[in-house]
Design a protein around this ligand. Structure first.
Ligand SMILES: [Zn+2]
Length: 218
């Protein structure tokens, strides 16, 4: 790894104290990142200069930046005021939202679906925004449990609804392609808030609505 010098240290720190390494010091440039990918390729026994790999460091850095672009998004900018007043207290359910993320242990894909329900208490949100919230948290390095909870807490915070329920079903490439090598294994996580946590009947209603049904689309 190439370490560049920090641009400047405050005088009070530069005396006798050892230099502290923080996340932003030294700043990591795109070139540093490409160099790191090149080092990985070398470590794997590859020749990073052969034609097929020549631009791979550049492409990998670009892809990883895209797959983690959710770090630079916020709920505020994402929603752009798409929360509306509405007098309804019926359950709103969006099921089978495609969800892509990256596991933080291996930086390998997590592919799955989210089912999200809430019971409004005066406020509703544009349905497409629910998918955008999943996308924002998906485009970060994640564990599935945290991803599920973050989606639930985001909706709970935004809408203060009577309750929120989120179920994520996903398959982890780090399990499918390596490690236990179990293709077809699905991990199911859920996060329930408010009524869904307190009332068994409401929770059961949600669970029965998201149960896989081959006839659902016909
Ligand atoms: Zn993993």
């Amino acid at each position: 790894m190439t370490l560049s010098q920090p641009p400047m240290s405050p005088p009070e720190l530069s005396q006798n104290l050892p230099k502290l390494i923080t996340q932003s010091q030294p700043p990591v440039t795109e070139e540093d990142m490409r160099q790191a990918v090149r080092t990985l390729l070398l470590g794997l026994g590859e020749n990073p200069d052969r034609e097929g790999l020549k631009d791979t460091p550049k492409r990998v850095v670009k892809a990883l930046k895209f797959l983690t672009s959710g770090y630079h998004q916020s709920l505020d900018s994402l929603l752009n005021g798409a929360v509306f007043q509405e007098n309804t207290d019926e359950m709103v359910l969006v099921r089978d939202i495609d969800l892509f993320s990256s596991c933080e242990h291996h930086i390998l894909p997590i592919l799955g679906r989210a089912h999200i329900a809430y019971i409004p208490d005066g406020k509703v949100i544009g349905l497409s925004k629910i998918a955008r919230i999943c996308e924002m948290y998906g485009r970060r390095l994640q564990v599935q449990e945290r991803l599920t909870a973050q989606i639930a807490d985001a909706l709970q915070g935004l809408l203060q609804p009577q309750g929120v329920a989120v179920v994520v079903e996903a398959t982890h490439m780090c399990m499918v392609m390596r490690g236990v090598q179990k293709p077809g294994s699905w991990t199911v996580t859920s996060a329930v808030r408010g009524t869904f946590a307190e009332d068994e009947k409401t929770r059961q209603e949600f669970m029965s609505l998201i149960r896989h049904s081959p006839k659902f689309h016909s």
